[in-house]
Design a protein around this ligand. Structure first.
Ligand code: FAD
Length: 324
């Protein structure tokens, strides 16, 4: 792993002492190269990276795309039970799928759950229309009646907790000569529905470290190689994360979807190491995201083709039996 003492502290030093940032924290006022030529800067300053904004100013053909979901999110709490234990199954991701929106709950070590409501910002029924405690109470009782008794601070949490936005950021390149390199959300913010944003940032660190080791005398090349190895995977994760939002909010309640998941698990058990569901590849292996997505597409095509073939054989056999 990259030594934080040698890299992150340099970044913090560069940001705090050598590079001016506007009071809104979102923009460097001077190009990096004019201020500090010798020390490379690692931009690990998150989705709204000031370092990346400086690169936008410096690099003529810098590609940048930021897209927001129409949905925002609000965090709410289910506190622990009276004996300090979890009030729902703790070894699970709880999902209340409601087609165009959803709520999820994840267990915390202290016996509580953090619930997150993902909902449209605007619209006839949306965050925008929640004007009073009564609106909020009615909405939750209609949509999540089983959760309401577990959420004693629901109304206060809803009023006081901010409504966050969900952004996907793609940019290129992630480096400027041998001087600046972006890592984590600064290079590729993704929506949180695959739970991989932080992991992707750690993977960046591993790959950057490998590249710096491979090209110890040529930092420019190491940065370029790191970008080449990671970019397609970050893009693949961005697509997977948006796809999983639709899957979680819309499809988890569908019988066909559940049947496909059961088939996935059955095939995984029957063909260990050969058939791997997409979620398993992304979450429990170090397979690069782009490779996992491609492999899942091929697996799905084979499974659907096999099912069609089996159905065709059965129909042919039945017709043959009827005819004879
Ligand atoms: C609702 C939600 C749920 C998520 N759930 C998951 C999950 O379950 N699993 C998962 O892996 N990921 C999850 N993520 C994504 C994860 O939080 C990010 O991918 C991860 O934090 C990225 O790490 P980072 O270090 O690149 O950026 P950040 O964690 O954003 O860190 C950036 C740091 O830079 C600092 N900074 C910013 N600007 C400046 C400046 N100008 N000067 C100095 N410092 C600055 C910030 O204060 C911050 O400390 C979720 C994200 C959201 C929004």
């Amino acid at each position: 792993m990259i030594d934080p003492a040698s890299c992150t502290s340099r970044l913090m030093m560069s940001i705090r002492k050598n590079v001016s940032i506007r009071s809104d924290g979102r923009r460097l006022t001077q190009p990096l190269s004019k201020r500090h030529n010798a020390i490379p800067v690692l931009g690990v300053d998150g989705a709204f990276s000031a370092v990346r904004q400086s690169m936008q100013l410096k690099i003529g053909n810098f590609q940048y795309d930021e897209s927001y979901l129409a949905h925002g999110y609000k965090e709410l709490t289910i506190p622990p039970g009276p004996d300090g234990s979890w009030r729902m199954e703790k070894n699970a991701l709880h999902i209340w799928p409601r087609k165009s929106f959803m709520m999820i709950a994840l267990p915390n070590p202290d016996g509580s759950f953090t619930c997150t409501l993902f909902w449209e910002f605007e619209g006839p029924r949306s965050f925008a229309t929640m004007k009073s405690h009564e609106d909020v109470r009615r909405f939750f009782e209609e949509e999540f009646p089983d959760a309401v008794p577990l959420m004693p601070t629901l109304l206060e949490d809803f009023r006081e907790n901010p409504t966050g936005s969900l952004v996907t950021i793609r940019c290129a390149p992630w480096y400027y000569r041998d001087k600046v390199c972006l890592v984590g959300d600064a290079a590729h913010a993704v929506v949180p529905f695959y739970g991989q944003g932080m992991n992707a940032a750690f993977e960046d660190c591993v790959v950057l470290d490998e590249c710096l080791e491979e090209f110890p005398e040529n930092r420019d090349r190491a940065f370029a190689e790191y970008f080449r190895r990671r970019k397609e995977n970050a893009d693949a994760l961005a697509d997977l994360a948006i796809g999983n939002f639709i899957e979680m909010r819309d499809k988890t309640a569908s019988k066909t979807f559940r049947a496909k998941k059961k088939l996935d698990h059955a095939l995984e058990a029957a063909l260990p190491g050969i058939y791997l569901p997409l979620y398993t590849m992304v979450t429990f292996t170090r397979m690069p995201y782009a490779k996992a997505a491609k492999r899942a597409q091929i697996q799905d095509a084979l499974v659907y083709a096999s099912l069609l073939l089996i159905a065709a054989i059965l129909v042919t056999a039945m017709l043959w039996l009827i005819a004879t």
